[in-house]
Design a binder for this molecule. Sequence first.
Ligand code: FES
Ligand code: FES
Length: 194
Amino acid sequence: MVGATAAAGAPEGAGAGTVRTDEPVLAKVTLTVNGQRRDLELDTRTSLLDAAREHLHLTGSKKGCDHGQCGACTMIVDGRRINACLTLAVMYQGAEITTIEGLGQPDHLHPMQAAFVKHDGYQCGYCTPGQICSGVAVLEEIKAGIPSHVTADLEAAPQVTEAEIRERMSGNICRCGAYSNIVEAMTEVAGARA
Ligand code: FES
Ligand code: FES
């Protein structure tokens, strides 16, 4: 905020022609969220997470750290998982954004949601929307043959092993320590789909 500081220290009347950096810059943006087109006018600094939670009232995606360190805000954008707290909503015009609300509903759960329930893949549930979105995307990554840090043979298709799941899910922190059950849930979904 160097500009703002400089402006604050400027003598009165000296502002003519200067650009104030403390005023929000608004932009119209159209997002496609869970298959629905949503038209918004946002401060260009709005994160994708805040756009979903504060403007679209999709509060399933959680704000854990707001620093890209916990994975609670994970969404799926054009098939890839992202930390929605670390990216700006205005960058996603035209993208297909899926939040936990778009994966399934209580009366029609996504297979990953159902597996988390079956295997007790959560306790407090705060990290769970991010875990589930990440879990869905991770199985797609493996299916697409994308290797990870623990893939031993880069010329062979990666398999859904416990090591692969733990490595690929390592950006999703669970304070309650439900990791073992999350691995079981993902393994079951991968097996059911194979
Ligand atoms: Fe986005 Fe923690 S809230 S990574
Ligand atoms: Fe509580 Fe993961 S279930 S933080």
